[in-house]
Design a protein around this ligand. Structure first.
Ligand SMILES: *[C@@H]1O[C@H](CO)[C@@H](O)[C@H](O)[C@H]1NC(C)=O
Ligand SMILES: *[C@@H]1O[C@H](CO)[C@@H](O)[C@H](O)[C@H]1NC(C)=O
Ligand SMILES: *[C@@H]1O[C@H](CO)[C@@H](O)[C@H](O)[C@H]1NC(C)=O
Length: 304
């Protein structure tokens, strides 16, 4: 998962690999810990992702070799810049500035008309990007790709990363994970040109939130001189709730913001591709059953 929106990070559960004989004892211990500490305290116990160096450097080589061949980045150097930014720092004291060398080492640009921004629509965004092709999300940049799903923080006293525990985002103003995503999001939005697509969730209040990464960083990073249209797509869960839309709720504020800054924009409720994609994911929903029926009915009548 992608620690991006400015909310309590949802941290993956630990995977514990050990001999079968020890497994049940371990499960009991974990259950007891959950019972004793409650999920939120357990979450705070997560430290830096184990093997982070191998993961980051490996993903970097994968990216420059297979995903986007032709890029000539120095993966070892990228890692060194990252390590210098994070390790030996107190775990709540890494600013976006600390990552400047890292970002400086991996400049990237994208063709116009390809950027996909989103907020609170992560799952659907992934399938949408996959079917659209030639659309890029932050996770398609090298930095997004390398650090997706990872957690990290440094240790002041004794050089290196803290593998035992890292603070929650809410616990600090300069969280090392948040600062990296903030800078990555800003760079990403600043290079947007042509049309930009924004995917927002109409099934929640404040679909456009000034606290989200989109609302606090990306929106302000878009340059009206470079961006042709901001095409907003508001997507609700098929069976509701239907809370916000292009003409209702916080999205009206977003449109007002775009207008005042001179952007051209469009806003679409219930984009057909997005609805069909949700049916692909949940074909049993009654909405999808109805549509599947009318679709096959239509086909039959064409053949008649
Ligand atoms: C945070 O970092 C700055 C400079 O990197 C340093 O001056 C300051 O003392 C640090 N604060 C803490 C609490 O570690
Ligand atoms: C909208 O947000 C809700 C609550 O976080 C989530 O359950 C739902 O999957 C989201 N809908 C879409 C279309 O992303
Ligand atoms: C950009 O968006 C506008 C408005 O939706 C659309 O008319 C135009 O065809 C789009 N251009 C490209 C290159 O996608």
């Amino acid at each position: 998962m992608f620690l991006r929106d400015n909310e309590t990070p949802r941290v993956p559960l630990p995977t514990i690999i050990m001999p079968a004989s020890k497994l049940s004892a371990a499960s009991v211990t974990i259950c007891l810990l959950v019972l004793l500490l409650g999920p939120s305290q357990l979450r705070a116990r997560h430290g830096t992702t184990p093997n982070i160096k191998h993961i980051v450097v490996g993903r970097c080589y994968n990216y420059i070799t297979l995903v986007n061949p032709g890029l000539r980045f120095d993966c070892e150097k990228v890692w060194r810049h990252f390590e210098e930014a994070v390790s030996c720092q107190s775990s709540c004291n890494v600013t976006t500035r600390d990552y400047h060398q890292l970002f400086g080492a991996v400049p990237q640009s994208w063709p116009c008309d390809t950027l996909l921004l989103w907020s609170k629509t992560r799952m659907l965004m992934h399938s949408y990007a996959a079917v659209l092709r030639h659309h890029w999300t932050l996770e398609d940049t090298l930095v997004g790709y390398m650090f997706n799903n990872l957690i990290w923080c440094g240790r002041e006293e004794d050089s290196g990363f803290d593998f035992h525990s890292c603070p929650e985002w809410s616990a600090c103003s300069d969280h090392p994970v948040y600062s990296l995503w903030r800078q990555a999001s800003q760079n990403f939005a600043e290079m947007a040109c042509g049309n930009v697509t924004v995917l927002l969730n109409g099934s929640i209040e404040n679909a456009f939130s000034r606290k989200s990464m989109f609302g606090s960083v990306e929106l302000d990073g878009l340059n009206p001189q470079m961006v042709d249209h901001v095409n907003i797509k508001v997507v609700t869960d098929l069976e509701g709730p239907f809370i916000e839309s292009c003409s209702q709720g916080s999205i009206v504020d977003l449109i007002q913001n775009l207008r005042s800054r001179g952007f051209r924009w469009t806003c679409t409720d219930n984009d057909q591709t997005l609805m069909i994609l949700q049916c692909v994911q949940n074909p049993e929903l009654s909405y999808c059953q109805t549509h599947a029926h009318s679709l096959s009915h239509r086909k039959m009548s064409t053949f008649e």
